[in-house]
Design a protein around this ligand. Structure first.
Ligand code: TPP
Ligand code: MG
Length: 278
């Protein structure tokens, strides 16, 4: 990746984290940990990989993203607002009465959201349906789905894992935000995913593991998946709460409320300083 592109992506990632922390802390509640861990994947998708038109969100040449871990809407809304799908000020309406930005993504409300999600496991199988539909029409659009490691305990995820390679779907990439934590526990203590890359490979996927906070590595992994004749599976090793050092990788960082946001202004200031220094 060229140095210029990488710099732009780094700025975009910081901007997403700033907007995410700002909107949920001002609202007083929100899914912090998983929104911050997935910010870099969203950065690469909307900053370098996906085709889309903010002026025409339903453009039929677009690529699709289904945020199957739909509770992390704030990170995706930040990216969409930064890219011009709707005004940035609208981010501060999150979860308020009448908003177009509910905490969990909703395709009927938000420009740029292609699938409603939040009931874990369902989004990724809807994404497979979109990919199959496009394949039937011989269309080249890519379909991406992002799932969580806790979400991967859902049986519906494994139906998708089994069916996608069997149906010869190629335009489909699943990214696992493997931040090692689910709602209130470490995933390993609830139901270990084991060697998840190997499992995906055994199911017939082209499967890779990457550092999910290394923008070039995520981009390269997507390129490799696109070059293969199989669906792609990217196990992204991530840190829940990445970007707010006091909250990284600790239990209790899934969703914050009220006083738990103490220190957020300093965290946002530090991200702003980092952004200004690029
Ligand atoms: C079917 C279903 N069961 C339970 C929940 C409640 N829930 C919301 S987030 C979450 C934890 C998800 O963990 P993970 O997929 O690892 O997400 P992340 O760590 O990225 O936030 C749970 C259990 C839900 N949204 N859907
Ligand atoms: Mg998780």
């Amino acid at each position: 990746m060229e140095a210029n592109t990488l710099n732009e992506l780094k700025k975009f990632a910081l901007d997403i984290r700033i907007e995410t922390l700002n909107m949920i802390s001002k609202h007083g509640f929100g899914h912090m940990g998983g929104s911050l861990s997935v910010a870099d994947a969203i950065t690469v998708l909307y900053g370098n990989q996906m085709k889309y038109d903010p002026e025409n969100p339903k453009w039929d040449g677009r690529d699709y993203l289904v945020l199957s871990k739909g509770h992390c809407g704030p990170a995706l809304y930040s990216a969409l607002a930064i890219k011009g799908f709707f005004p940035r000020e609208e981010l501060l309406t999150i979860n308020k009465l009448g908003t177009r930005l509910p905490s969990h993504v909703d395709k009927n409300l938000t420009p740029g959201i292609d699938m409603t999600a939040g009931s874990l496991g369902q989004g990724v199988s809807c994404a497979l349906g979109i990919a199959l539909g496009l394949k039937l029409q011989n269309k080249p659009n890519m379909v991406y789905a992002i799932i969580g490691d806790g979400e991967a305990q859902e049986g519906q995820v494994w139906e998708t894992m089994l069916i996608a390679p069997n149906r010869g779907v190629k335009n489909f990439i699943v990214l696992l935000d493997n931040n090692k934590q689910q709602l209130d526990e470490f995933t390993e203590h609830i139901s270990s995913l084991g060697d998840i890359r190997r499992k995906a490979e055994d199911f017939g996927w082209y499967a890779l593991t990457v550092d999910g906070h290394d923008l070039s590595a995520i981009d390269e992994a997507i390129e490799k998946c696109k070059a293969e004749d199989k669906p792609g599976f990217i196990n992204m090793e991530t840190v829940k709460g990445k970007g707010w050092p006091d909250k990284e990788a600790i239990l209790g960082n899934h969703a914050l409320r009220g006083a738990a946001f103490a220190g957020v202004d300093e965290a946002i200031d530090n991200l702003r300083k980092e952004l200004a220094a690029i």
